[in-house]
Write a protein that binds this ligand. Structure first.
Ligand code: G16
Ligand code: MG
Length: 223
């Protein structure tokens, strides 16, 4: 039976992708590198340094001449812009249906974990006032391989004391769905079904995430 739900943060619990976009856009503009929404799509779920590397790979030498110190400086700069942008985030920015789903899960005595690549995740959960729902919040700094590697979802399952095959992973990014499937979990995608084609089930937006509908889909693949 289903024992736990493991959530991604950005794009599932709250829409911080727009703030990541603004902060990366500002850095890319300063560096004279192209950056648009399509490019930002590739960064969803990807950790900070890997995201910077992707942006710098557009340089003539693919960014190979840039020192680690310089990269760390730019990554920190992006993060300080991002942190200013999220300062005013409050519970009004929880995506539709999410808090109702958390209630449903608690009523059903299911465990809740967070598998976000964001080092700002815990701060955001506090600002959104949903931190108390979580039985486990994985520290992304402790994870060697970021999404699409399954590591962060496996760490969440371990932290919750639940076998991966009894976990439902919820993600909005292609890299995240890959991570969930690699961890041997049932994957629920939120967004465009053609982008999230590897998910077991896709809903167009968070308001369609209900325990009843997920259970119905899950029972079709067996317990
Ligand atoms: C999120 C975002 C990514 C971001 C990453 C790291 O992942 O989707 O775009 O680069 O976190 O965030 P930070 O710079 O705050 O550590 P997720 O896994 O929550 O979707
Ligand atoms: Mg996400």
């Amino acid at each position: 039976a289903i024992q736990a739900f493991i959530f991604d943060l950005d794009g599932v619990i709250t829409d911080t992708a727009k703030y990541h976009y603004k902060a990366w856009k500002q850095l890319a503009d300063e560096l004279g590198l192209p950056f648009d929404h399509a490019f930002n799509e590739q960064l969803k779920g990807i950790d900070r340094m890997a995201s910077l590397e992707k942006i710098l790979s557009q340089m003539e030498d693919g960014g190979r001449s840039i020192s680690i110190q310089q990269k760390e400086h730019w990554a920190a700069h992006k993060n300080s812009v991002y942190q200013q942008l999220i300062e005013a985030v409050d519970e009004s920015e929880i995506l539709p249906g999410i808090e109702a789903l958390f209630h449903e899960l608690k009523e059903a005595q299911l465990r809740i974990g967070l598998a976000s690549a964001s080092r700002n995740a815990e701060t955001l959960l506090k600002q959104l006032k949903v931190e108390a729902y979580f039985d486990c919040i994985v520290d992304p700094a402790s994870i060697a391989n970021g999404k699409p590697a399954p590591d962060i979802f496996l760490a969440a399952a371990r932290g919750l004391g639940v076998h991966p095959s009894s976990c439902i992973g919820v993600e909005d990014a292609e890299a995240g769905i890959q991570a969930i499937k690699g961890a041997g979990m049932y994957a629920v995608g939120v967004g465009d079904a053609s982008i999230l084609s590897k998910a077991d089930m896709v809903v167009p937006d968070t308001s369609k995430l209900t325990l009843t509908s997920i259970k119905a889909h899950w029972s079709q693949v067996g317990e």
